[in-house]
Design a protein around this ligand. Structure first.
Ligand code: ADP
Length: 359
């Protein structure tokens, strides 16, 4: 055989596609090795397609090749045979027709799997959407109901305060104090839950503006100095004399949560201060409490997370204060950070823009 033709036939033989050369009656003039493997026969030349193929497939094959021969144009059709699926491309050449069969079974399986996965993803996405909608609806309801929920708590606080002003025997006075402490905890928890629902339902819009930080802290200081006195804690605020940029309600809530925590976990010292850093003012809350391990520092901003501490500390919170701080700082486009060493206290800080004095 001509060497050149031999090389070309070799290329067809090593192909994973089936190549055939047929006439209009299905008589095989050439078949590559792949074809012999699939039909489990050698020396196919001189035999008819119908000798190896079921009658239905063979007659369909001959009908399609006949059509292409008659029209003298390229054509293709789909064929299933021996549990495999093929695309057959037909190229007429004079009295003969060249056929290439491309096995698409695995591709079809892959595309089926892909379709199945896409369908599963669609279902999962729909489920997530549904849960998100339900969550939003719940948060919206809580945010709307927040006033009604806070009112009885406020009334309770007023009743307790009136009762504690009465001249009561020592034992009853002690009980009133305990009721007051429990009501305080309940109030804080309710406040936190309502704030979270408000933030998550988008009911806490961010309205940034320039304002004097010292003025904002002044009101907080009255409250915290009182607690510091009663708990014998050395609390100090270092005034910053700066106009800062942010939402005063958000910043008040963040500082309040950080200082409330400092009061819960400190030994006897708390400092609230700030320091300029480039275009930002860093607001810092430091205490000299037990501190937080590196492992736990990664988790304290998660919802409901509380470190392994003594029961007295744990009972006065629900692990929501820092989660709210994190959410609010995110809404303000900044970040709450912590530095702490067990036994040496903690330092929480976040940065906000401030007005620099004209040089
Ligand atoms: P909680 O209501 O329990 O105080 P938070 O979300 O405010 O919830 O804080 C989460 C946990 O982080 C607290 O339970 C506490 O263990 C730890 N933590 C927060 N602030 C401090 C701090 N200043 N010193 C030590 N531990 C702290």
């Amino acid at each position: 055989m001509d060497k050149n033709l031999d090389d070309k036939l070799f290329l067809l033989d090593i192909s994973t596609n089936i190549f055939l050369l047929l006439d209009k009656d299905g008589l095989i003039h050439y078949a590559n090795i792949r074809c012999s493997h699939v039909l489990s026969r050698s020396c196919l030349e001189g035999k008819y397609l119908s000798d190896f193929m079921p009658e239905k497939e063979a007659s369909e094959f001959i009908k399609e090749t006949g059509k292409a021969l008659k029209n003298g144009t390229m054509d293709s059709f789909n064929l299933s045979f021996k549990s495999r699926d093929y695309i057959a491309s037909i190229y007429p050449k004079g009295e003969l027709v060249a056929v290439c069969l491309w096995d698409i079974t695995d591709n079809q399986n892959l595309s089926e799997q892909l379709k199945k996965k896409t369908r599963q993803l669609d279902i999962a996405e729909k489920k997530i959407q549904e849960v998100e909608e339900q969550n939003k609806a719940k948060s919206y309801f809580l945010a709307q109901a927040s006033h009604d929920l806070r009112q009885p708590m406020q009334a309770l606080k007023i009743f307790i305060s009136t009762l504690s002003e009465e001249e009561l025997p020592e034992r009853q006075q002690l009980l009133v104090e305990k009721i007051n402490a429990s009501a305080d905890n309940l109030y804080t928890m309710l406040d936190n839950l309502l704030d979270i629902s408000k933030i998550e339902s988008g009911g806490m819009p961010y309205h940034p503006r320039y304002f004097n930080l010292d003025d904002l802290v002044k009101t907080l200081n009255q409250e915290f100095s009182e607690i510091a006195r009663s708990k014998k804690i050395d609390y100090c605020y270092i005034p910053c004399h700066k106009e800062v940029f942010g939402d005063p309600l958000f910043i008040e809530r963040i500082i309040r949560n950080l200082i409330s925590n400092a009061f819960k976990y400190t030994k006897n010292k708390i400092v609230l201060g700030c320091c300029p850093e480039h275009n930002f003012l860093k607001i810092i809350v430091i205490d000299n409490g037990d501190g937080i391990s590196e492992e736990e520092q990664k988790k304290i901003f998660e919802q409901f997370y509380q470190c392994q501490q003594k029961y007295e500390c744990k009972k006065s919170g629900a692990g929501l204060g820092l989660f709210i701080v994190k959410k609010l700082t995110e809404l303000m486009n900044t970040k709450i950070e912590v530095e702490s060493e067990p036994g040496k206290g903690s330092c929480f800080y976040f940065s906000i823009p401030y007005k620099k004095e004209a040089p």
